[in-house]
Design a protein around this ligand. Structure first.
Ligand SMILES: [Zn+2]
Length: 230
């Protein structure tokens, strides 16, 4: 802190022996001593008052700190890929080829895993078989938009539908009452198709996995065939 040349001169005049005792350890201890000397020479006013020199010293020190933090920041850029690492980690977990993990791979981006995790185990297995049977282009055009829904979420959809269609009866055509939807039981999935060919394939082949599209007006709503045989 007392490394300014002017301050040294000043101090030597007044307290030569004491100043030397203080300066020697400071100069050797501080790796920035050269930087500080250069700064002091480049800014004459600083050298006029020892107190001002003490204030000026943090400037190069903080500049050096900035430089020091810049390389960590550059190193931090790989943090962006490493935040993308979150996905590979998830994929690592998906390396366990559970039915839920496989189906999560078909879930529309941004949708909660709960759509998959809440499905009945036997239905998950049927869906895995169904997707596995798809030709590559069909599979690429088919995703899972919705699956398990809580009763609370169903109530939100129901209230919205009643508002939209004007009556319970009209709403019931489109949305099941809370607790009544097969989605609430983990026994229904709404598919999303990117190509009409995918719709055709799904409807032709669902039966092979014992799946069905029970509601003709919802060509995306697929269920285990058994769940409506009762
Ligand atoms: Zn549905």
């Amino acid at each position: 802190m007392y490394t300014s040349t002017m301050f040294r001169r000043y101090a030597r005049r007044l307290l030569a022996s004491v100043a030397l005792l203080l300066l020697l350890p400071n100069t050797t201890a501080c790796s920035l001593s050269e930087l500080k000397m250069i700064d002091v020479q480049a800014n004459p006013p600083v050298t006029s008052v020892p107190a001002a020199a003490a204030v000026a010293i943090p400037a190069p020190a903080s500049a050096a700190e900035t430089d020091a933090t810049q390389s960590p920041v550059e190193n931090a850029e790989p943090v962006v890929p490493s935040s993308a690492k979150a996905a590979p980690e998830a994929i690592d977990k998906q390396a366990e080829k559970t039915d839920a993990n496989i189906l999560a791979g078909y879930l529309v981006a941004g949708k909660s895993r709960s759509h998959i995790d809440g499905l009945a185990p036997s239905f998950k297995a049927q869906l895995v078989e169904f997707f596995a049977a798809m030709p590559d282009d069909i599979r690429a055009s088919t995703s899972i938009l919705s699956g398990y829904r809580s009763v609370e979420h169903q109530k939100i959809l129901w209230d919205r539908a009643v508002k939209k269609y004007g009556s319970d009866a009209a709403a019931a055509v489109w949305v099941a009452r809370p607790g009544r939807s097969h989605h609430n039981m983990g026994l229904a999935v709404d598919l999303s198709y990117a190509d009409p060919k995918a719709i055709a394939w799904a409807h032709e082949n669902a039966g092979k996995s014992d799946l069905a599209f029970p509601m003709s007006w919802e060509n995306w709503h697929i269920e285990p065939r058994s769940s409506r045989r009762r």
